[in-house]
Design a protein around this ligand. Sequence first.
Ligand code: CA2
Length: 147
Amino acid sequence: MVKPIHVLSGPNLNLLGTREPEIYGKDTLDDVRVRCEARAAARGLSVVFRQSNHEGVLIDWVQEARTEASALVINPAGYGHTSIALLDALKTLNIPVIECHLSNPAAREEFRRHTFVSLAATGLVSGFGAASYELAIEAAAGLISVD
Ligand code: CA2
């Protein structure tokens, strides 16, 4: 049995679909969850989909993924730009890590152009709205090793 892909979303993403649709799209985070579940199911996989506004909670979930996940998809939101603690946790993983962003931070303000998370990521998907998460699931599915 293949372990689930864990999908983590960081601070303020619980508000998805309620503000700034021109940047982040109209889908709610629950819509994104449904799309991720469908993508994973099409590959015979499952997802554990979670969001937190709290850095320590996200770190706990990254640590949990060390033993419970086949791959990790993470949209760290603002913590990607600030959190060395989140980077340190991600560096302990021996599974594929896909960094995911709804917008393309590289095309936005200067302070969004660097993410610490990228230093621990296998790869990055950004700029496709909710589809970034689906593409990240596809990328993860292609990297999961079935023992
Ligand atoms: O594009 C992304 O997915 C981001 O990770 C979103 C973060 C931002 O800090 C990153 O630079 C790029 C912000 C998430 C805020 O989420 C909201 C969602 C709806 C309405 C307002 C904020």
